[in-house]
Design a protein around this ligand. Structure first.
Ligand code: UTP
Length: 234
């Protein structure tokens, strides 16, 4: 049975109220489609607003990046439990346990159609967790579902004329996101540079796309045409 890992940016859970409800329903339908196609899914959920807010709250008091990361990890696990409960409620065979590390997640992915998790340890973001899980489960690819359409040469919020890419090598992506370093808890980039370095080492294919459109995620998982950036090769 083939498997695919999807990193779901935490921001996808917190758009306008009506949209996020329909997004969660669409997520259930998409996951059911993949199970019918005999595709096993690992879903790694980001921290979004709860992570950002909680880190902001204690930043003036706590200086230690590892401590801030631990707070971020708690938020990712809160969001993971929201997704897990919603999937379970719609009748999907999802692991009851939310794994806290990669070996546990690999083990659960051998037993369930769907495993949902958040972060693991300080020092990276859930993108890196998803990429690590994809490598460890010999998954076909890792999908990074975020809230931008594609990878841009620079942040489109700062330069609205920034070029976007349909295809990149992993090395080109690494140049765009920078070296594999984790400096600030809660800092957001299109993909975690630590994850990009892992993907480069293991020659893992990444699909980076706008996860607000569920058909984009559905098509990428199935290997069909989607709107986003394909990252493969050195
Ligand atoms: P996210 O994965 O949501 O990172 O984890 P992000 O890139 O900052 O946010 P989005 O997804 O783009 O909205 C939130 C924070 O939790 C900590 C990091 O501080 C991260 O910035 N974290 C998360 C870890 O330290 N380890 C993990 O495995 C996951």
């Amino acid at each position: 049975m083939k498997s695919v890992v999807v990193a779901v940016g935490g921001s996808l859970l917190r758009p306008e109220v009506e949209e996020r409800e329909s997004w969660l329903k669409d997520l259930c339908a998409m996951v059911k489609d993949q199970i019918s196609s005999k595709i096993r899914l690992g879903i790694v959920v980001g921290g979004g607003n709860p992570a950002r807010e909680s880190i902001q709250l204690v930043k003036p008091i706590i200086n230690d990046v590892m401590a801030l990361d631990r707070i971020g990890i708690s938020a990712t696990r809160l969001n993971a439990s929201i997704i897990k409960e919603v999937l379970e409620n719609s009748g999907i065979s999802v692991s009851e346990k939310i794994p806290i590390d990669i070996p546990e997640a690999v083990n659960l992915m051998e037993q369930y159609d769907v495993v949902v998790m958040g972060g693991t340890i300080p020092g990276h973001t859930t993108d890196a967790v998803a990429i690590n899980l994809a490598i460890s489960t010999h998954s076909e690819k890792c999908i990074i579902a975020t809230n931008v359409k594609k990878v841009y040469e620079e942040d489109p919020r700062n330069n609205k004329n920034a070029l976007s890419f349909d295809i990149l090598t992993t090395r080109e992506l690494q140049k765009i996101v920078g070296p594999a370093e984790h400096s600030k808890a809660g800092a957001s980039q299109v993909v975690d540079p630590i994850g990009v370095a892992l993907a480069m080492d293991s020659d893992l294919i990444l699909n980076i796309l706008d996860g607000r459109k569920m058909d984009n995620i559905r098509n990428a998982v199935q290997g069909n045409v989607f709107e986003g950036t394909i990252v493969k090769g050195d």
